[in-house]
Design a protein around this ligand. Structure first.
Ligand code: AMP
Length: 175
């Protein structure tokens, strides 16, 4: 039992990183060990059918890694451009503020492996869609998406459902 409501541990910072963006800061939650373990266990449970858990740089790494450690599953980093040293494939996409390129290694994980994809915040869904397509292009099998929280007014869930029909999207701290 977490003594504090998990949603109360998400801090909202107005106008960060630029005016008009209401930034959902997960650092109070991960600073609370009990809360961090609680959400990590929930993510681990959703990943029980997967072979690997992938995280999107940077904050997705935190939750994907903790779920991996709890389940003894391997971690797959999906990183920003130019950070991975091996053979990679990449995907460029738009997000709520700006655009970005994601990359994944193609020379480490066995083709056909089942992967749960994790990120901290679902906003427009562009990042998650690009990351899922990247996993598929690397020959892997995404089996679901998990976010710590979402921003429902940006309709990310609907965009994911349209772009990736049949893929289950879960939000740990649903509003
Ligand atoms: P999107 O592609 O629009 O769904 O954006 C999701 C990605 O951007 C995630 O990796 C989040 O970490 C980050 N992000 C987007 N909007 C926010 C926000 N309002 N607060 C915190 N992180 C955000």
């Amino acid at each position: 039992m977490v003594s504090k409501n998990l949603n109360d541990l998400i801090r909202v910072i107005p106008d960060f990183p630029k005016p008009g963006i209401s930034f959902k800061d997960i650092t109070p939650l991960i600073a609370n060990g009990e809360a961090f373990l609680n959400v990590s266990k929930q993510i681990a449970q959703l990943g029980r059918e997967s072979d690997y858990i992938a995280g999107i740089e940077a904050r997705g790494f935190i939750f994907a890694s903790s779920a991996c450690a709890l389940t003894e599953k391997g971690f797959i980093p999906i990183r920003k451009s130019g950070k991975l040293p091996g053979n990679t494939i990449s995907s460029t996409y738009d997000l709520e503020y700006g655009s970005a390129t994601l990359e994944v290694h193609t020379d480490i994980i066995k083709q056909g492996s089942k992967v749960l994809l994790v990120d901290d915040v679902l906003a427009t869904g562009g990042t998650a869609i690009a990351a899922t397509k990247l996993l598929k292009a690397a020959g892997l099998l995404p089996i679901g998406l998990v976010f710590l929280l979402d921003i429902p007014e940006l309709n990310g869930k609907a965009r994911i459902a349209e772009a990736l029909p049949g893929l289950k999207t879960e939000v740990i701290l649903a509003q």
